[in-house]
Ligand binder design. Structure first.
Ligand code: PLP
Length: 394
């Protein structure tokens, strides 16, 4: 037995269980239509909610920044990597979000790994929604705090758990996704904040799928519930609706100052590149000026979801442009996705362990870049394949 033989065995097992991930290659810019494996298809599975990933203004600003600042930051933020662009982005994000301050990170994933262990340690306790994102789970584990999982989107269960820890001497942190990416449902943040205040717990929301989507002009979940100043930490990503790459935390000046001193990915991993930061600034500028793209996203989502329901599809509990088409059986979901691809639609099947067993689905992501014709094309194909596979009647 060779020392790396376990890898062959594990990979073989993944393939046997149908869990081996096939990574497709995109050969064009992101947009409503993309080229995948040599074929032009309608893109219904990107996080490019507003079309910023290939937006002319963002590209122009990125190029300008490269000419002015070069391609790399050449250091971590705390040594020599903080450029005027980084501080401009942080200032503009704070204004956009209505927060006192923000601190930017290399990704949303990193923002969670940075923030949770900075705030709590092994003497403390974290209350975490059972369906939280992997980056929250990893951030919690890194902190070495006690982790208590509460039932998904269930403030009553959260309160029960907090009551059990009423006399716990350490700090308490409640953490939840804002929008859950597989079902498209929204955390009841208003109720969570109420419970948190009663038990004097810190609150943290990861709004990766709410940035640029929820709230006035895409200002996110805190704005959606009008909870400004009441949520201690708001994590955001710049790689979904914002179309680029990066993450950040919006919070009070005090929390941001603390993270600048304590957050390890901020201290020990290089800053985001000038081109990326400039593109992010352009995205914030566009959203600050106009809610047109966000409105188009919601119009598209409402149209597509209404028509899909009329056709008889089960869209689960989605409240956002994330549109899970619930199919149940993993094999059926894979076949549906494969047939869609043949008909010119790129929409991935998602099964266990990303979603529970028996809850496989096609996850459709609606974007402002889709035209009405694009959506009608998709509806026609969903109807055709839905009938062929016996998912809907007719
Ligand atoms: C996508 C996602 C992340 C990761 O964001 P990146 O910027 O891509 O690293 C973190 N949290 C949640 C809830 C997400 O959906």
């Amino acid at each position: 037995m060779g020392k790396l033989d376990f890898i062959d065995k594990d990979l073989e097992q993944l393939k046997k269980e149908g869990l081996y991930i096939i990574i497709r290659t995109i050969e064009s810019p992101q947009g409503a239509w993309i080229v995948v494996d040599g074929k032009k298809v309608l893109n219904m599975c990107s996080n490019n909610y507003l079309g910023f990933a290939n937006h002319p203004k963002l590209k122009e600003k990125a190029k300008e920044a490269i000419d002015k600042f070069g391609v790399g930051p050449a250091a971590v933020r705390t040594i020599a990597g903080t450029m005027s662009l980084h501080t401009e982005l942080e200032k503009k994000l704070a204004e956009f979000k209505g927060a006192e301050a923000t601190i930017s990170f290399q990704s949303g994933f990193n923002a969670n790994l940075a923030t949770i262990p900075a705030l709590v340690g092994k003497e403390d306790v974290i209350f975490s929604d059972e369906l939280n994102h992997a980056s929250i789970i990893d951030g919690c584990r890194l902190s070495k705090a006690t982790i208590v999982r509460y039932k998904h989107n269930d403030p009553e269960d959260l309160e029960k758990k907090l009551e059990e820890y009423k006399d716990f001497p350490g700090k308490k942190l409640i953490v939840t996704d804002g929008v859950f990416s597989m079902d498209g449902d929204i955390a009841p943040l208003d109720k969570i904040v109420e419970v948190a205040e009663k038990y004097d717990a810190m609150t943290m929301v990861d709004d990766a799928h709410g940035e640029g989507v929820l709230g006035r002009g895409g200002r996110g979940i805190v704005d959606h519930f009008n909870l400004h100043g009441k949520v201690d930490i708001e994590v955001g990503t710049l790689s979904k609706a914002f179309g680029v790459v990066g993450g950040y935390v919006a919070a009070s000046k005090k929390v941001v100052e603390y993270l600048r001193q304590k957050a390890r990915p901020f201290l020990f991993s290089s800053a985001v590149t000038p081109g990326d930061v400039a593109a992010c600034i352009a995205a914030v500028d566009i959203l600050t000026e106009s809610d047109e793209l966000v409105n188009r996203l919601w119009d598209n989502a409402n149209y597509f979801k209404t028509e899909m329901k009329n056709l008889g599809f089960d869209l689960g509990i989605s409240q956002t442009p994330i549109t899970p088409v619930m199919l149940g059986d993993a094999k059926l979901a894979q076949e549906f996705s494969k047939n869609l691809f043949k008909e010119g639609i790129f929409a991935q099947a998602i099964g266990y362990p990303t979603v529970p067993k028996g809850k496989a689905r096609i996850r459709v992501m609606i974007s402002a870049t889709h035209s009405k014709d694009d959506l009608d094309f998709a509806l026609e194909k969903f109807e055709k394949i839905g009938k062929e596979l016996g998912v809907i009647s007719g």
